[in-house]
Write a protein that binds this ligand. Sequence first.
Ligand code: C5P
Length: 232
Amino acid sequence: MGKDVIIACDFDSAEKTFAFLDKFTGRKPFVKIGMELYYAEGPSIVREIKKRGHKIFLDLKLHDIPNTVKKSMAVLSRLDVDMTNLHAAGTVRMMEAAIEGLTRPDGTRPLLIAVTQLTSTDQESMEKDLHIEKPIADVVMHYANNAKIAGLDGVVCSPLEAGKVHETCGEKFLTVTPGVRFADGDIGDQKRVMTPAEAKKIGSDYIVVGRPITAAEDPVAAYERCVAEFVG
Ligand code: C5P
């Protein structure tokens, strides 16, 4: 898969999601389904969006004992999603189990991406709450490297970390980056942002864009602008 823009469908119902997706009459964007929508509507929302011809990143961030993650990943794999994820904090063994569960009998599987440290975690909370006392940038790269060792395809990271992740884990290791804003747009609650063009320059493989598209007056035009800036 090449570079692409993934729209974060952060809606709380199928109705709102379809009202949004109905606007896209031409190209079918790659969409991200997160916990809110999945927990509201269950696996049927994945099947229905897939049936409409979209690629799906199922963002459920699994983190449990290896056996449970393996079995849960097998279920998600049967939903025929294109990409899913887990927390690298679950250990290399858990990530290896996830790959096993995700791999279908014919040897294919969805892309598997790891969350390293959440961007809501900072140095202070990591030290105080998690008792991890290394610099957060080193922790992120260590977790990314663990994901690579376990056989995962890449990590979710800030666009600012994408270059370093590629340096550490190789150019083929995917970087999926949220926190993208247009140069003339609202930042909202994101702290460290980049434009789609900057994310492209720094080497992000996929950008995850929510409100700059979902809350735009013309979401299709905003999506096309993102694609034009990021994919070219
Ligand atoms: O609306 P916005 O473009 O900020 O949406 C970004 C999406 O990426 C949301 O679904 C958010 O949960 C997700 N995300 C993020 N930062 C992370 C991981 C995921 O913004 N570190």
